[in-house]
Design a protein around this ligand. Structure first.
Ligand code: SF4
Ligand code: SF4
Length: 311
């Protein structure tokens, strides 16, 4: 690794980044111009992806069904627009202090329709929004899981990401070679709205890699009351599913399988999961034992059943 790349990564980490990956622009050769970071800054030499973890306790409060607001602020709004934005901006300043242009890019959803006209022939109309999760894969940070979200070896599905386009000659990271998703199908099986269709798989292509994902009916996810949040930037954007039952179940599976580098004293899922169906009715799924846990967060007293569980 070059000195500049090493020093930049150390600086980004000192600014709070938990994840730092670098992609070269040639990894986006197959990405259409309207989503290609190279369209934004044709002189750029590298795309940096910075990530900060969503703390697991934040999501645990959703898992227990006791507090949504903590995730809303510490896991979604503040984490993205305050904590990570500051990390990104300070990293940009670090690069520009050394004479390299650096353009911070927020993770706006690529589904947002064009918002202007092309100012030159052959150039895409603004705004060009790259897909942040696919860019993270191109930067070697992880893989796209079958549930359709980015999984990293450090935090599984729990991170927020932003990008920097720079003309600094940063060295690209190798693509992630591991395998995190077990294709267990639990993410689809637990969904009370049947929003994931295992029979209709799709292929996501990133930097020469192919990832098989289940098709997701995002209109159902937009109505989901199991921890999903609407996309806060645009109604066309994919809803935030990172604290939803599907992705929390994925986290529980990865946790149980010991596939994540982050280790905790307690398993993520300790009680049967809760689910709210399309009619807004809460239910204890009859198959919950298949998907881990003993005892329950249900107020009617299922926690008493927890007595025999080892702590
Ligand atoms: S729940 Fe299983 S199939 Fe779904 S993304 Fe996670 S590991 Fe992959
Ligand atoms: S966000 Fe809700 S509706 Fe969508 S797949 Fe996950 S659990 Fe199902």
């Amino acid at each position: 690794m070059s000195d500049l790349t090493r020093e930049f990564k150390e600086a980004a980490r000192s600014f709070g980044a938990d994840l730092v990956g670098v992609a070269s622009l040639d990894r986006f050769a197959d990405v259409p111009p309207e989503h290609n970071p190279a369209s934004i800054s044709p002189d750029a030499k590298a795309v940096v992806v910075l990530g900060r973890r969503i703390t697991r306790g934040t999501v645990k409060a959703v898992e227990e069904g006791t507090n949504w607001q903590t995730y809303e602020l510490f896991g979604y709004h503040w984490l993205d627009t305050e904590f990570l934005a500051l990390t990104t901006f300070e990293s940009v300043e670090w690069l520009e202090d050394r004479g390299f242009e650096a353009c911070p890019l927020f993770a706006f959803p690529p589904e947002i329709p064009v918002q202007g006209i092309a100012v030159r022939e052959g150039q895409p109309a603004p705004n060009v929004f790259p897909d942040i999760e696919q860019t993270a894969v191109a930067a070697g940070l992880g893989e796209i899981g079958w549930c359709g979200v980015l999984l990293t070896p450090q935090f599984g599905p729990l991170q927020r990401l932003q990008m920097i386009l720079t003309d600094a000659p940063l060295e690209a990271d190798p693509l992630f070679e591991g395998e995190l998703c077990t294709k267990c199908g639990v993410c689809a099986a637990v969904c009370p709205l049947q929003a994931m269709d295992a029979e209709k798989e799709q292929t996501v292509r990133v930097a020469g890699r192919e990832y098989t994902v289940a098709s997701v009916n995002y209109d159902r996810c937009r109505r989901c009351q199991n921890g999903a949040r609407p996309n806060r930037y645009h109604g066309a954007g994919r809803p935030d599913r990172l604290a939803a039952l599907c992705v929390r179940s994925c986290l529980a599976m990865l946790d149980d399988a010991g596939r994540l580098e982050s280790k905790f004293e307690q398993p993520f899922r300790q009680r049967e999961y809760w689910a709210i169906d399309a009619l807004g009715q809460a239910s204890i799924p009859s198959d919950w034992q298949t998907f881990r846990g003993t005892g329950c967060a249900d107020p009617s007293g299922f926690r008493a059943a927890d007595e025999g569980r080892e702590q």
